[in-house]
Design a protein around this ligand. Structure first.
Ligand SMILES: *[C@@H]1O[C@H](CO)[C@@H](O)[C@H](O)[C@H]1NC(C)=O
Ligand SMILES: *[C@@H]1O[C@H](CO)[C@@H](O)[C@H](O)[C@H]1NC(C)=O
Length: 181
């Protein structure tokens, strides 16, 4: 009875499908580019360039829910900013930081409480990968958690300190001092 079942056209088609899937994944494994080396150091520093004239930042992403009742609660800013090696916006580009902030305080400034969720895509020619950021940016000292990553930063854990180093609109430049555990 068991044998008979195994030879039905359906089960034969199924095993063919499984064989095809297996060989497809095997091919993918063989063709995959080698993994970038894991980043084993604990410190990383780079700059993030904000140019308010560029389309890479928008506060029309999410409107506040009701400014009369709840200040800027719900207002969102979407951003995609260049990561550079040095402080000058024209210095070597190492990647991007993309993400958003959402105002999560209904009390208004100075009780603003922005939730930031972002992703750094980093490629310096040796290390290549991404890591995820989550935190509450502050006016003074902003510390953001690193909650994971992939590529060279697979499974990353740590934090980064954001420092505003140039504040000359239309340009703002931030330094990220990253610590990986
Ligand atoms: C905002 O909230 C106030 C107070 O509850 C209300 O009167 C007003 O209609 C609301 N505005 C909007 C756009 O929902
Ligand atoms: C980001 O870098 C790209 C490539 O170097 C450049 O074309 C673009 O102008 C930069 N964006 C900003 C806002 O500086």
């Amino acid at each position: 009875m068991h044998k008979l079942q195994m030879n039905t056209p359906v089960s034969m088609a199924l095993s063919l499908l499984i064989a095809v899937l297996l060989s497809a994944s095997a091919t993918r494994l063989v063709c995959a580019v080698p993994d970038p080396p894991p980043f084993r150091m604990h410190q990383l520093q780079y700059y993030v360039q904000l140019d308010v004239r560029s389309p890479g930042i928008s506060n029309r992403f999410l409107p506040p829910i009701n400014t009369t009742l709840s200040a800027n609660f719900g207002a969102g800013t979407l951003f995609s900013l260049n990561v550079t090696k040095d402080i000058e916006p024209t210095s070597e580009r190492l990647g991007t930081v993309r993400g958003y902030t959402v105002e999560t305080s209904y009390l208004g400034f100075p009780d603003s409480a922005l939730l930031e969720v972002a992703m750094v895509e980093y490629d310096d020619g040796e290390y290549k990968g991404t890591y995820q950021l989550q935190g509450l940016p502050q006016q003074q000292l902003t510390e953001i958690a690193i909650t994971g990553g992939f590529g060279s930063f697979r499974g990353a854990r740590g934090y980064l300190i954001v420092t505003l180093v140039v504040d000359q609109l239309p340009t703002r430049t931030f330094r990220h001092d990253v610590t990986f555990f």
